[in-house]
Write a protein of this length. Structure first.
Length: 122
């Protein structure tokens, strides 16, 4: 790893993974032979299959499962909440207990173009 990567101790990296600088990985699982571009964040409980490419400036949040041989273009963003809000009904900042993670599945061999936004309700 290089000095400009933040890789959590609970990240599972497969064989032959190529990591660019300025990435943030925590609590996720990355399959064999995956290439991750610069300025990518992959959150806890996200899974990237084998032989995938995640291009720069992409955000893969908790609840996203990407199967094998998938291409993720530049600046692709996933969200995991159908009704995102900053606060609860009584005006308090939300915490993890205030919402349920919704899963997004990207099937084997998919190609997602640059700038795409994915919501679990689409």
């Amino acid at each position: 790893m290089n000095e400009f990567c933040a890789i959590g101790p609970n990240v599972k990296l497969g064989e032959g993974v190529k990591l660019s600088r300025f990435i943030n990985l925590y609590g996720c699982e990355i399959g064999d032979n995956v290439k991750i571009g610069a300025f990518v964040e992959i959150q806890k409980n996200a899974t990237i299959g084998k032989n995938c490419k995640v291009s720069s400036h992409s955000f893969i949040c908790e609840g996203v499962i990407i199967e094998d041989n998938v291409f993720i273009g530049h600046s692709v963003t996933f969200i995991n909440d159908s009704y995102p809000r900053a606060t609860t009904s009584d005006g308090q900042l939300q915490t993890e207990k205030d919402w349920k993670v919704e899963q997004t599945l990207v099937r084997k061999g998919a190609s997602i173009g640059s700038g795409a936004l994915f919501s679990p309700t689409w």
